[in-house]
Design a protein around this ligand. Structure first.
Ligand code: PBG
Ligand code: ZN
Length: 334
């Protein structure tokens, strides 16, 4: 065997900073605190009840009293923000105008009231503002001549936001993707005296197949067609900057990119162009994919969730909306 000449590294050795867990923690560039998590919750129009969601293992639709208990447990973990999604009253018929979305006695409105009465300012109650769970056609806006029409959709959406604010929501989060809804909501909220209600705009929301499990849970899949005429085309990133700039100009207090994992570049780009707080939504399909692989023994759930959540944070998200939050904190995964 001929003699090998090995060149050893120079003075700089990046591995010095990776030697022990303590050193790695000391120099970690990204950290996630429980206060950054926002947990989505599905509210049933009932005081009691718990219906597991098959496509979202570990999650259930909750009656309001059950919701209070779960929220209390999660507050103890340091999770201080929930994002509520609702269902029409059982027996109530969905209509083409989605009027059930702004029923003052609806599940989201009632749950918001109870949560704020019970937990006060310890809990941040956020509500998803949309029509799709309340329209008989399952679209996020109203239909005219076979299309989802923009301007006529603003009124029911604004009414929905107002009904959530009146119930005491700290944050209303419109997810419909109609143009101009942020400005319309800000004006109406201010005119009705809700000047302190925070607007979290789903500013950059893609037409994504990753919403599948959610639509089962929310019973909000479109009866016909898809959402591509109002949600964004996954091929576009510059458009994300336009959408977020518009929502900022219209008065959004916080912006969101959704989904998160397939759009880390978009999170990074939006973070670089706005000074507003930026949330990222780690959506149902991203959660379900990890859970399914983990259940098969194909992925290590704890490590994959850790890696995913830090990826979202590293990309530039200030808040992370995720179904994994409680598991990650309880399990010490972060
Ligand atoms: C309703 C809405 C959706 C999600 C949040 N709000 C579904 C959709 O737009 O079809 C998706 C959330 C998730 O997948 O976790 N507009
Ligand atoms: Zn919708």
């Amino acid at each position: 065997m001929s003699k090998l000449t090995i060149t050893t590294p120079g003075r700089t050795r990046p591995r010095r900073l990776r030697q022990t867990p303590a050193i790695r923690d000391l120099v970690a560039e990204t950290r996630i605190a429980p206060a950054q998590f926002i947990v989505p919750r599905f509210v049933l129009p009932a005081d009691n009840g718990e219906e597991p969601i098959p496509s979202l293992p570990g999650l259930a639709q909750l009656g309001i009293e059950n919701l209070l208990r779960v929220v209390e447990d999660e507050l103890a973990l340091g999770i201080r923000a929930v994002l509520l999604f609702g269902h029409p009253e059982s027996g109530a018929k969905k209509t083409s105008d989605g009027a059930l979305a702004y029923d003052a006695n609806g599940a989201v409105q009632r749950a918001t009231k109870r949560l704020k009465q019970t937990f006060g300012d310890d809990l941040i109650v956020m509500t998803d503002v949309c029509l799709c769970a309340y329209t008989d056609h399952g679209h996020c806006g109203l239909i005219e001549q076979g299309r989802v029409a923009n301007d006529v959709s603003l009124e029911p959406l604004v009414r929905t936001a107002l009904s959530h604010a009146a119930a005491g929501a700290d944050v209303v989060a419109p997810s419909d993707m109609m143009d101009g809804r942020i400005g319309a909501m800000r004006d109406a909220l201010d005119a009705q005296g809700f000047t302190e209600t925070i607007l979290l705009a789903y500013a950059v929301k893609y037409a994504s197949a990753y919403y599948g499990p959610f639509r089962d849970a929310a019973d909000s899949a479109p009866a016909e067609g898809d959402r591509k005429s109002y949600q964004m085309d996954p091929r576009n990133a510059l458009e994300a900057l336009r959408e977020s700039e518009l929502d900022e100009l219209e008065g959004a207090d916080m912006l969101m990119v959704k989904p998160a994992l397939a759009y880390l570049d978009v999170i990074h780009a939006v973070r670089a162009t706005t000074t507003l707080p930026l949330s990222a939504y780690n959506v149902s399909g991203e959660y379900a994919a990890v859970k399914a692989a983990a259940a098969n023994g194909w992925l290590d759930e704890a490590q994959v969730v850790r890696e995913n959540l830090y990826a979202i944070s590293r990309a530039g998200a200030d808040q992370i909306i995720t179904y994994h939050a409680a598991d990650a904190i309880r399990g010490g995964w972060l």
